[in-house]
Design a protein around this ligand. Structure first.
Ligand code: ATP
Ligand code: MG
Length: 367
């Protein structure tokens, strides 16, 4: 089976659609990714960025306009969908309403000619996996949304696919159930060891569940990395903005000394940022820094300290968010955790404050 350390490889994949309006749309535009065997890999991006199209090509429901798809090192261009070692779980679970849970799960096995005794055993095992043992005789409408989604999952797992594709499988569930299912799915994936390729537009979901994430926009894979890299070291403004919250302070590089870049924020001051990238003097950059990496009125020695004025204070339970305006006109959001029991806000609207951050907190972005 495994003739490659990669379960799935997309090599320079292009998918063009001719639109009814007569144009050509590149739904996927030269995407290359290597998904490791046993990995929980997520495609994350806004609506229309090409996530489902990518999955459909891996599954074989759609052929690439250009590029190759390999599964365990084997080129799939001549392999039809039903012969690929893959199963898909969709957002609309599409269970057969007139069939029992057992019949739904066993459907694929029956098609493959698996004997009745084996079918019953494997359905039982699949139901154990999704923690719904004993539900064989129910019909879909006698199950909750979350249970139906588990049955859809069992129906895919019962085929023992090498790769499971999941297209927004939790999209129809309410927030609380979705969060529970996220953790369960992650645990289940570890237990069964099957490679999961998971599509979502929910950044928190992707961070919670994934070993690695590909952030997509407009048919491009903008960054592929582990959740920490994607969050702490976004490659560009789109990724920084799409995942979590980010302040972009626009500035100009004054000079670079090894890994330390001196950036002038016009009218607001000069800051130092550590970066392994090479910049030229006079280059326009954005100092991208997360609100929780900023702090008010506790000066950092060997760090950046900027004077500003508080414009608003928003209490949000776990944190308080401050909007701080600098003399040059730029603004930053600062998050302070409300850790102490008798929390008193650090500053109020109109106060002069010192905003501080370390040299390593921001990313310096140019695009
Ligand atoms: N069969 C098709 N014919 C023409 N255009 C298509 C077709 N399928 C998808 N598209 C277009 O390709 C682009 C990518 O679509 P895709 O379904 O992959 O997006 P997505 O990332 O899954 O979005 P969502 O989060 O909304 O599901 C969209 O602009 C869509 O309109
Ligand atoms: Mg989609």
């Amino acid at each position: 089976m495994a003739s490659s350390e990669f379960a799935v490889e997309m090599q320079d994949i292009v998918k063009q659609f001719v639109t009814p309006e007569g144009g050509i749309l590149a739904a996927v535009n030269h995407v290359t990714m290597q998904i490791k065997d046993g990995e929980f890999f997520s495609l994350l991006g806004p609506s229309g960025c090409g996530k489902t199209t990518s999955l459909r090509m891996i599954a074989g429901f759609e052929l690439p306009t250009d590029g190759n798809i390999l599964i365990h090192g084997k080129d799939m261009s001549q392999t039809p969908a039903f012969q690929r070692p893959i199963n898909t779980v969709f957002q609309q679970y599409a269970l057969f309403p007139h069939m029992t849970v057992e019949q739904n799960i066993a459907f694929g096995l029956e098609m493959k000619g698996v004997s009745r005794t084996d079918r019953i055993r494997r359905v039982g095992e699949a139901l154990e996996m999704v923690r719904l043992p004993g539900m064989e005789m129910r019909r879909p409408k006698q199950l909750s949304g979350g249970q139906q989604q588990r049955i859809a999952l069992a129906r895919a797992l019962v085929n023992k696919p090498e790769v499971l594709l999941l297209d927004e499988p939790l999209g129809a569930l309410d927030l609380k159930l979705r969060k529970e299912m996220q953790l369960e799915l992650k645990t289940l994936q570890r237990e069964v060891g099957i490679t999961f390729i998971y599509v979502t537009h929910d950044q928190e979901e992707a961070l919670t569940m994934s070993d690695r994430i590909a952030v997509m926009s407009k048919g491009l894979a903008l960054q592929i990395g582990v959740p920490e890299e994607i969050y702490e070291r976004p490659a560009n403004k789109f990724v920084a903005d799409f995942i979590g919250e980010t302040n972009f302070l626009d500035g100009v590089v004054k000079r670079q000394n090894g890994n330390v870049v001196e950036v002038d924020l016009p009218g607001s001051g000069v800051v130092f940022v550590e970066s392994s990238r090479k910049f030229t003097n006079g280059q326009q950059v954005a100092v991208a820094v997360r609100p929780e990496k900023l702090t008010l009125n506790s000066e950092i020695k060997d760090g950046n300290n900027l004077k500003g004025r508080v414009e608003e204070v928003i209490y949000i339970g776990t944190d308080t968010q401050y909007g701080v305006r600098f003399p040059g006109g730029q603004k930053a959001r600062v998050r302070e955790q409300n850790t102490s029991f008798a929390h008193k806000s650090i500053a109020k609207s109109g106060d002069e404050v010192m905003m501080s951050f370390t040299y390593v907190s921001p990313s310096l972005l140019t695009e």
